[in-house]
Design a protein. Structure first.
Length: 329
């Protein structure tokens, strides 16, 4: 049995990228593996969220997880800040993480460009915190989207380096994972490469059918191809990419044929796409509206999750303390 772990930052509601990149894969793995899923609230501090909003954001993510199908009877669901052992492991791993390699990480360079007034040490060491999240349970597989691939490579490097430095075979080298497939990237509907919270181009699991229709309608298109079988521009390919994850294969093929024969009617395609997205999100949205009212349930889930996560995390920290040479008098 493999140990599977994944997490999402608590910076707002979950969108289709989070769902198809990470969450759905995780949900499919719950029955056959030891599964941990957590809410990365410490990670969210790197962008200095308003303390008054932090708890609400954590709640939104938690509710979306449960509504999407993460089952607390099968998986351990917890909030990162409820497990202090993660922060302790982060500290030890930082002693073996080097300025040069951290500063070269794509996510760091991108954030430093986006928030030049706040290039803090937490941003720089984001990959070590992420490695601590994963190594604290010695996970084998980490279901994530394509954008997290580099972080996983660094986690493997940190695990290997720790083992080599201390002459142990303690940490496993976890892999980024997508249930039987390549890692994926869900694009935005605005022609950009990636759907994201901060990109302002996301369709959320909690969006109403009306909002979804409106967003899909606004997606960038053009007057259609004039040459048969021509290459699609990126913003059109993006629509097809989303269609491939939400629609049936024959529906996708139908629009591929229309494209290839220059009979493309974007209005029809968008209507179909919006409907197929709504088919995925509306059962989740219904459960969101139920679960968000049930504070007692959310308390129970997070308390039990924290207990189970700490049980596993404590074992790791005790072993790591021994390995680095801490001893009791
Ligand atoms: P975050 O919160 O940005 O995104 C959460 C998960 O959603 C995936 N994702 C996408 N996948 C495909 N297409 C997209 N457009 C898209 N947008 C987001 C991400 O790949 C991710 O899997 N650093 C992580 C959170 C984290 C974590 C961890 C993940 C912290 N510690 C340990 C796994 C294991 C992050 O910021 O993801």
């Amino acid at each position: 049995m493999d140990t599977v772990l994944s997490g999402i930052r608590s910076t707002g509601n979950l969108h289709l990228g989070n769902y198809f990149g990470a969450l759905r894969n995780f949900i499919r793995m719950q029955d056959e593996n030891k599964c941990y899923f957590f809410i990365a609230d410490i990670h969210s501090l790197t962008t200095h969220p308003d303390p008054k909003e932090l708890h609400g954001n954590v709640k939104n993510v938690l509710v979306d997880y449960l509504a999407a199908g993460i089952d607390p009877e099968k998986s351990v669901i917890y909030i990162q800040s409820d497990v202090p052992e993660i922060s302790e492991l982060y500290l030890y791993l930082n002693m073996h993480a080097y300025m040069g390699e951290l500063a070269k990480t794509s996510s760091f360079k991108e954030k430093a460009r986006k928030q030049p007034e706040n290039v803090n040490a937490g941003l720089l060491t984001y990959p070590t915190l992420m490695a601590a999240d994963i190594l604290i349970h010695n996970a084998d597989k980490v279901p994530v989207g394509k954008d997290q691939e580099q972080h996983l490579e660094m986690t493997r490097k940190f695990a290997r380096r720790f083992n080599n430095f201390y002459g142990v075979e303690y940490f496993k080298e976890p892999v980024a994972y997508n249930f039987g497939e390549q890692l994926i990237k869900i694009p935005g509907l605005d022609g950009s490469g990636k759907m994201g919270k901060s990109e302002g181009n996301a369709i959320y699991l909690a969006d109403s059918p009306k909002e979804i229709e409106k967003k899909v309608k606004r997606a960038l298109t053009d007057s259609g191809p004039t040459e048969p079988n021509s290459v699609k521009p990126d913003y059109i390919e993006n629509l097809f990419t989303i269609m491939r994850v939400v629609s049936a294969p024959d529906v996708v093929q139908h629009y591929e044929n229309k494209w290839n024969s220059c009979e493309m009617r974007y209005g029809d395609m968008k209507k179909q796409l919006a409907q197929d997205i709504i088919n995925v999100t509306s059962p989740i949205r219904e459960r969101i509206l139920e679960i968000e009212k049930d504070d007692a349930y959310l308390r129970k889930v997070t308390q039990e999750g924290a207990e189970k996560a700490r049980e596993s995390a404590k074992k790791t920290i005790e072993a790591v303390r021994q390995i680095v040479g801490f001893k009791k008098f």
